[in-house]
Each structure stands twice: as structure tokens, then as C-alpha cells.
Design a protein around this ligand. Structure first.
Ligand SMILES: Cc1cc2nc3c(=O)[nH]c(=O)nc-3n(C[C@H](O)[C@H](O)[C@H](O)COP(=O)(O)OP(=O)(O)OC[C@H]3O[C@@H](n4cnc5c(N)ncnc54)[C@H](O)[C@@H]3O)c2cc1C
Length: 302
């Protein structure tokens, strides 16, 4: 798009053109969007999205890029980056975070204020918008369990939703199925003291230190009821399976690492091979937790 219109309307928003998903995703894969915009707060983020809608410009809301595989052709439109809309504050028994606040920042503020209850998020490389969108969590604890309310732009209208109204299920939310932009959230926190909160974080980070270190998207597949996807893939003998620069981690079979400039097509090809192999060996169908952005060729089915 001709983005002079955008910069005239939102002078405080930084822009980046072209916007490389390779540089802005944890797996380091993907083409470009013609423009990336960085609204400086949640209010301007909502206004910017309304502006793009009005101009009929396709857009994609990007958090920390830790759960998306973007096509090698990139995304035709504008990447709305939430990272600068990242204010965090404490109000009574609630911690309020704008959507672009990282888990690291939220936990740092909680710790400084001696507030517990959010420790389960430690180590997830995400923004709060992404966490709310994906119903992320760990140790059988998901964001829905501490969410008091979320502020959302729903079909262009700002609304405040309770956790129940967010339609959460395992790795699912109504936001995946509707026209929704998460703007911020209020989380319930418990009064504790800085040392105990810090100790809990350290314990959780220690447990997570066994996870693979390379460039990845975390777990690629959802677990099946009572069955870990990683264990299933491992039992099928697929650790180390490779497609170009994408390889199934030897440490954790639900992680696919980009170990040498993998393309999105290679990464996806490997995902499809795993699904096919697991299905033929066990009759069980894995489904992706990660989200695909942009166009992929069906020919990548290896
Ligand atoms: C090493 C590693 C470890 C991980 N560990 C865990 C874990 O323990 N538990 C877990 O649940 N996940 C884990 N993940 C996956 C990932 O971190 C989560 O899914 C996280 O919630 C994604 O957040 P994000 O900000 O990176 O979102 P992105 O990847 O940027 O986006 C994911 C989706 O959310 C949408 N989105 C993001 N922000 C907004 C917004 N403000 N409004 C509307 N839509 C939005 C995007 O459009 C996209 O569809 C891990 C990933 C990695 C790389």
C-alpha cells in the first residue's frame, strides 16, 4: 500500500518496509510483508486496525512470532506489530498488561511487586496478545485460569470480555474463529513476596531448560487426549527426521528446529511427513498447534 497515508494519520507509529518475517519470528523463517507498523499503545493499535479495515488493506496481527510459520512468499498486506503497545501496571489484585507486553516483562513487574500466580508462564517466548489468542500455558495451567477480563477489538468494536466469554478450550479460543484483536488483559495475581516469586520462576525455568535450544516454534502439534504428541512422534522413530534445513529435534520430538536456513516449504513438508508417518503407524491424526500465514504449495506433502 502507499503507506504515506498511514504515517500521516499515525505519526507516532514506527514503520518498517519491507517487513521481514524471517527477522521477526522465533524460527527465523518466512518472506516479507510490504509494510510493518508499530502502534505505540493499545489505543492506537485499535485505531490503526480500524484504519486498515476502512481502507480494505489486508493485515496480520503479530506478537512475538513464536507460533507462526509464514510462507516463503510472505504476507500480502500489512503486519501490525504489537510489541510497542506493552504497558504493564498493577491495580489492586489485578495486573493489567497491554497486548504487546512480553511474558518476561509481565513476570518482571509481578516479581518486583511480590505478586505470584503467573509463574506457569515463565519461559514462554510470547506477548500477552499471543498468549490470550492461543490460550497458552504450561504445567497444565492455561491463561484462562488467571484471566479476569480481556479488552478486545471485536469486529471493529471495543469490548471487555470475561474469561468465560473468550470461548477457551485446549489451545483454542473464540479469537481464532472471529475478527478479533486483543488489546490488553487483566490477570488475577496473589500477594506473595519477591523472593518466593523469584524462587518459583527459577524452578520453572530450570524444568524448562531441557527443552531444545535452536530456532523453533515450540511444540508444533497439539497433544491428543491423554497422549503426548512428542511421545507419539518419538515412538514412531521420527526423531532426527529432516527435510532440508528443518529437523525433528533429538531432544523433544514435538519441536522442529530450523538448523540451517530452512525454508517454510521445507518446514511444512516435514510437518506433513510426520503426520503421514504417525497416521500410517498408529492410525492417530496429529493436528498443528502452530498457525500458517500466507500461501503454501500443496506439493510440499512429502
Ligand atoms: C521455545 C518455545 C517454547 C514455547 N513454549 C510454550 C509453552 O510452554 N506453552 C505454550 O502454550 N506455548 C509455547 N510456545 C508457543 C508460543 O510461544 C505461544 O503459542 C504463544 O502464545 C504465541 O505468542 P506470540 O506473541 O509469539 O504470538 P505470535 O506467534 O506472534 O502469533 C500467534 C497467533 O496469535 C495471533 N495474535 C498475536 N497477538 C495478537 C493480538 N494482540 N490480537 C490478535 N491476535 C494476535 C497472531 O495473529 C497469530 O495467529 C513456545 C514457543 C517457543 C518458540
Amino acid at each position: 500500500m502507499d503507506f504515506t497515508d498511514f504515517t500521516a494519520r499515525f505519526p507516532a507509529a514506527e514503520t518498517e518496509a519491507p517487513f521481514s518475517f524471517k527477522r521477526h519470528t522465533t524460527v527465523g523463517i518466512g518472506g516479507c510483508a510490504s509494510l510493518g507498523i508499530y502502534p505505540p499503545n493499545a489505543g492506537q493499535l485499535a485505531d490503526a486496525v480500524c484504519f486498515l479495515k476502512e481502507k480494505k488493506i489486508p493485515y496480520f496481527v503479530l506478537g512475538n512470532g513464536s507460533n507462526i510459520l509464514v510462507s516463503d512468499c510472505g504476507f500480502y498486506g500489512t503486519a501490525v506489530c504489537t510489541k510497542k503497545a506493552n504497558a504493564v501496571s498493577v491495580q489492586g489484585g489485578l495486573l493489567y498488561a497491554e497486548c504487546g507486553a512480553t511474558v518476561g516483562k509481565v513476570l518482571a513487574v509481578a516479581t518486583q511487586n511480590g505478586l505470584g500466580g503467573l509463574e506457569f508462564l515463565a519461559g514462554i517466548p510470547a506477548t500477552m496478545g499471543g498468549i490470550l489468542f492461543m490460550n497458552a500455558g504450561a504445567q497444565n495451567c492455561y491463561i484462562q485460569s488467571v484471566l479476569q477480563y480481556a479488552d478486545v477489538l471485536l469486529s471493529g468494536r471495543r469490548v471487555r470480555l470475561s474469561a468465560r466469554e473468550c470461548g477457551y478450550a485446549y489451545k483454542d479460543s473464540r479469537f481464532m474463529h472471529e475478527d478479533a484483536v486483543l488489546l490488553g488483559c487483566a490477570l488475577r495475581v496473589k500477594k506473595s513476596d519477591e523472593d518466593s516469586v523469584r524462587k518459583k520462576y527459577r524452578e520453572i525455568l530450570k524444568k524448562r531448560s531441557v527443552l531444545p535450544k535452536g530456532r523453533s516454534l515450540g511444540c508444533v502439534f497439539k497433544n491428543l487426549p491423554d497422549l503426548s504428541a512428542g511421545k507419539l512422534i518419538e515412538d514412531c522413530g521420527l526423531k532426527g527426521l529432516r527435510c532440508g534445513g528443518a529437523v525433528v529435534s533429538e531432544k523433544h520430538a514435538n519441536f522442529i528446529i530450523n538448523d540451517s536456513s530452512a525454508t517454510a516449504e521445507e518446514y511444512r513438508s516435514l510437518i506433513l511427513r510426520i503426520k503421514k508417518e504417525v497416521f500410517s503407524q498408529t492410525g492417530k491424526l496429529l493436528t498443528e498447534e502452530i498457525r500458517y500465514i500466507g500461501d503454501f504449495t500443496d506439493a510440499s506433502d512429502g
